[in-house]
Design a protein around this ligand. Structure first.
Ligand code: GLC
Length: 650
């Protein structure tokens, strides 16, 4: 948008900073012109009252142009290609995996040898969990960064990473890396300077001489790690000040009311964009703005900061998109896409934590009422935005569905959540799950759940008891959950180890830096001899791997699975079933009905429920597109085997 005040300011800035010119810069300037009014307005809103507003804005613009100058020609070309094909990330062709490079392959250099495995499974997007330099001990699995521009020597060097990126580009595999934007390690240079008394760097954090303001903040801030890191402030002996530490006591929260912090993070985002990263996962974005008297989560300013980050990234590296990691209430999560697909855009992708938690609810209850209600309650998301659908990740499972949805499903919120924690920690009489309670808050009664997918699904118990029917059920459950993240709409993100049924691993209990945090129970070091069993017919690994592999291959062929806000729930009457219709707006592509049975007994779905969907028969029978199996029909009803989902052409 053209607006006089901002444009005359931009002209001043460009004259002062002596911007480069030339053909190569055309795209940069057109994008800067297009986004500058938004950048200016947001910056004005956040920092307009400051005397140094103009030099700060100039410094932001010079970061954008300095990083553009360093953007490699092939990445600039990719930016232009993605501009033309702007919904590239919403296609059903993408299938992701999240992994720790250490646990998956040992280090970054070895990762190159494992790309063949990822290709074999059909994965073409890899989220490598944090690899930036971190302290040896206090590192929160890489989320306490000491140097944002250095690869942690434990995983290799920047050169190893560059070689890996080149190898991934060769096989059309996209890369996601983290930018931990909310906090740094207390060993980061900024924190060290702050500890040395430098005011400039103390202003990068929230530091207070006494408890007055910390007490006021804490009065309304929920605790993230109530067991091992209670409270939200930590006393720093070097400065005699209280520092805000919402997560662990060694993770210092960055203070975005200081524009210098925002500019540093823009620079870091563009640094990684210029390394060739396709998608940046912005960690803990709900926490970016703190306000006394509020929970200091999901604040309006946190959204404005994300809009600014997006507008800036679009000027220099528009082909790079963002994932919002905001594990918050359903109605809050959706806001991280932004208010509008073009203006006020934030992140193109967001973790679908709601769907994940609802799936686990359906597994425990064998009932889909809450799943259906919870999905119904999700507001339609923006165009040009998509979900990251996952079953497990490196974090705990938070039971983050809304109380209203629980009540509407006939349960009582407190006792229902307690039931789920009991169920997944194996304390419920009927449960064979082997998870652990995480983040137990004795004051509020809240708890989350840790545990590997296979162990939560009952495989560990079943194997220990050598109980064949229970092993079968666990395998069915694992496949069913993967089936739904493949078909729901969005990018499925598999967690490393899950496609061969990797179990809990309590090795972390021997490590003093990890033993207090049971999320490590589901952050495995893969044993590649066990992984090789994926090719041994009849093994658990092979039964899982072959089905998930086939599912991925089929997903990629079904255009209706692209995420274009093209899903409609189908009312199933039967409370064990969950079904939806995936359609394509235009063209002749087949539509698909997905129907899933969460019960441990076969269930009937009356055919008339699908009347308007026109289920297509092949030679008089219905075929499941995913497995190729013939669907059993009896008395005008589909018979769904236990713990099974079908994809039916419609
Ligand atoms: C994110 C990460 C989690 C980490 C937290 C604090 O939620 O996924 O692992 O503990 O941020 O950085």
């Amino acid at each position: 948008m053209y607006e006089q005040i901002s444009h005359s300011l931009l002209n001043d800035i460009l004259t002062e900073v002596k911007q480069p010119k030339g053909e190569d810069w055309q795209h940069f300037y057109t994008r800067l012109g297009a986004n500058f009014y938004a950048i200016y307005s947001l910056f004005q809103h956040l920092y307009g009252q400051r005397e140094d507003f103009k030099p700060q804005l100039a410094s932001l613009v010079s970061v954008l142009s300095r990083q553009y100058a360093q953007r490699a020609p092939h990445l600039r070309l990719k930016d232009l290609e993605r501009e033309k094909n702007h919904d590239w990330f919403m296609q059903q062709k993408l299938v992701g995996m999240a992994l720790y490079c250490e646990g998956f392959a040992g280090n970054l250099a070895n990762m190159k040898d494992k790309l063949a495995y990822l290709q074999e499974l059909g994965v073409n997007l890899v989220h490598i969990l944090p690899i930036c330099d971190c302290p040896e001990q206090a590192n929160d699995g890489g989320y306490a960064v000491r140097d944002f521009r250095k690869v942690d020597p434990r995983y290799g060097s920047m050169e190893d990473l560059e070689q890996l990126i080149a190898a991934m580009q060769q096989c059309d595999m996209l890369l996601t890396l983290d930018v931990v934007a909310n906090h740094t390690s207390d060993q980061h240079a900024w924190a060290m300077n702050a500890k040395n008394g430098e005011q400039r760097y103390q202003d990068y954090y929230y530091m207070y001489p006494d408890r007055t303001l910390p007490d006021m903040f804490e009065a309304s801030m929920p605790e993230v790690f109530p067991e091992h890191a209670p409270g939200s402030f930590t006393f720093n002996a070097e400065t005699g000040k209280w520092v805000m530490t919402v997560f662990n006591d060694y993770q210092w929260d960055l203070n975005y009311s200081n524009p210098a912090v925002l500019i540093e993070i823009v620079d870091i985002i563009l640094f990684w964009a210029n390394k060739g990263v396709d998608i940046l996962r912005l960690d803990a974005v709900a926490f970016l703005w703190k306000k006394i008297g509020s929970t200091s989560q999901n604040e309006r300013e946190a959204h404005l900061i994300l809009q600014l980050l997006k507008d800036c990234c679009q000027v220099t590296a528009p082909g790079v998109i963002f994932i919002a990691e905001a594990i918050v209430a359903p109605l809050e999560i959706i806001k991280y896409f932004g208010e509008d697909a073009v203006n006020a855009k934030e992140c193109e992708i967001a973790y679908n934590a709601t769907f994940m938690a609802l799936l686990w609810d359906a597994v425990a209850t064998k009932n889909t009422v809450l799943l259906t209600n919870g999905v119904k309650d999700l507001p339609e998301k923006l165009d040009r935005a998509t979900w990251l659908n996952y079953v497990r990740c490196h974090d705990d499972i938070g039971l983050g569905f809304s109380d209203q949805a629980i009540i509407a499903s006939g349960f009582e919120p407190v006792s229902h959540r307690r039931f789920l924690v009991d169920y997944y920690t194996g304390q419920y009489p009927d449960s064979n799950a082997r998870g652990f309670a995480f983040g137990v808050n004795r004051k509020t009664g809240d708890a989350r759940i840790s545990g590997a997918l296979a162990s939560l699904a009952g495989l560990e118990t079943a194997l220990a008891n050598n109980d064949q029917p229970a092993i079968d059920n666990a395998i069915l459950t694992i496949v069913l959950l993967h089936n739904l993240i493949m078909s729901f709409g969005g990018i499925p993100l598999i967690y490393y180890g899950d496609s061969v049924g990797t179990l809990n691993n309590d090795g972390y209990l021997q490590d003093s830096s990890k033993m207090h945090d049971n999320r490590w129970v589901h952050r495995p070091t893969l044993d590649w001899e066990v992984m090789a069993l994926r090719n041994e017919p009849g093994t658990v690994q092979q039964r899982l791997f072959s089905q998930i592999k086939q599912m991925i291959a089929m997903r990629k062929e079904i255009a209706a699975f692209a995420d274009l806000n093209n899903r409609e729930l189908i009312d199933m009457v039967n409370p064990h079933l969950f079904a939806f219709h995936r359609y394509v707006q235009t063209g002749m592509n087949p539509k698909v009905v997905v129907i899933a049975n969460f019960d441990v007994h076969p269930q009937r779905a009356a055919l008339h429920l699908f009347k308007q969907k026109n289920l297509q028969k092949a030679e008089g029978t219905l075929i499941d597109l995913c497995s190729g199996q013939t669907v059993q029909i009896e008395d005008d009803a589909i018979i769904l085997p236990k713990l099974t989902a079908y994809w039916l052409a419609a």
